[in-house]
Design a protein around this ligand. Structure first.
Ligand SMILES: [Zn+2]
Length: 253
C-alpha cells in the first residue's frame, strides 16, 4: 500500500473513532452532574416521592399524547417549555396548565447559554416568561437551562430574577428513543426518594421540534405502575420544594 493511502486510512479511522466516542459520551454520560451546584436536582428525602419533568415542548404531536397518558395514570408533572414553541402552539401550552401540571421556563429558543452576555440571558428568559404568561395565564419561578449548561455567574443572575434553577437526577435519555421497557427498568434500578426525572415531550437527536416520542408516551403508564408498586408517589416541583421547606427546622423567633 502506498504511504499516502495508509495516512488516509489512519486519518479516517481516527475521525470515526472520535465521532463514535462523542456519540457514546452523549448517550451514556449526563453532563448535568457537572452543573448541579446551586441548583435543585433532587431532594434528599426519606419520603418516597418522585417528580417527572418534560422538556422542549409544547409539541402539537407529542404533548397531547403525553397529557392523555399522564391523565390516565393520574400523575401530575412539570413541563419546561420553550418560548418559541409556546408561541407556535399556545393552545397546547394552555392545556398543560389547565390539566393541573406545572410549567417551567426553558428559555425562548434553546440556545446553550454559557457564551451569553447578561442582557442576552435576560432576554431569553424574559421572552419565554412573556409568551408562557400570555398563553397559559401562569407565571413560573422554575428555570431549566438548555442542555444544563450554565456558568456560576449566570446562576447568580437567574436567581436574582427570582427563579429557582431546576435540573434532574435521573436522565431517561428518551431522545435516543430507547425502548420503554428499558427506560422503566433503568429508572426502577436507579431511583432514590426525591429524584427528579428528565423526559422530553418534543424533539429528537438534532432538533427540539418533531422527533419520535412514542417510547416516552408508552413509558408513562409502565413507570407509574412500577414506581407505585415500589411505594413512590408522584409530585410536581412545587410539591417537592414544599417538602424541602417542611424538612427545615423553623427559624428561631
Ligand atoms: Zn431542552
Amino acid at each position: 500500500m502506498k504511504k499516502s493511502n495508509k495516512i488516509i486510512i489512519v486519518v479516517a479511522a481516527s475521525i470515526v473513532f472520535v465521532v463514535l466516542g462523542i456519540a457514546a459520551f452523549t448517550v451514556f454520560y449526563d453532563q448535568a452532574v457537572l452543573v448541579r451546584k446551586g441548583t435543585l436536582y433532587r431532594l434528599a428525602s426519606s419520603d418516597k416521592v418522585v417528580a417527572l419533568t418534560f422538556d422542549d415542548g409544547p409539541s402539537p404531536v407529542w404533548t397531547p399524547k403525553i397529557l392523555d397518558a399522564l391523565k390516565k395514570a393520574d400523575v401530575k408533572a412539570t413541563f419546561f417549555m420553550l418560548g418559541e414553541h409556546v408561541e407556535k402552539y399556545p393552545q397546547i401550552a394552555k392545556r398543560v396548565a389547565e390539566e393541573g401540571h406545572e410549567i417551567g421556563n426553558h428559555t425562548y429558543d434553546h440556545h446553550v447559554l454559557i457564551y451569553y452576555k447578561p442582557e442576552e440571558l435576560l432576554k431569553e428568559i424574559k421572552d419565554a416568561e412573556r409568551v408562557i404568561q400570555k398563553a397559559t395565564g401562569k407565571t413560573t419561578i422554575y428555570f431549566r437551562p438548555p442542555k444544563a449548561w450554565l456558568t456560576a455567574q449566570e446562576k447568580k443572575e437567574i436567581k436574582e430574577l427570582g427563579y429557582k434553577i431546576i435540573l434532574w437526577s435521573i436522565n431517561s435519555k428518551d431522545w435516543v428513543t430507547f425502548d420503554d421497557k428499558y427506560i422503566v427498568k433503568y429508572i426502577a434500578r436507579n431511583i432514590q426518594p426525591g429524584d427528579i426525572i428528565l423526559f422530553h415531550d418534543s424533539g429528537g437527536v438534532f432538533s427540539t421540534e418533531g422527533g419520535d416520542r412514542r417510547e416516552t408516551v408508552s413509558t408513562i403508564p409502565r413507570l407509574a405502575e412500577k414506581l407505585r408498586q415500589m411505594g413512590y408517589r408522584f409530585v410536581t416541583i412545587s410539591e417537592l420544594l414544599e417538602l424541602e421547606k417542611s424538612k427545615k427546622p423553623a427559624p428561631a423567633a
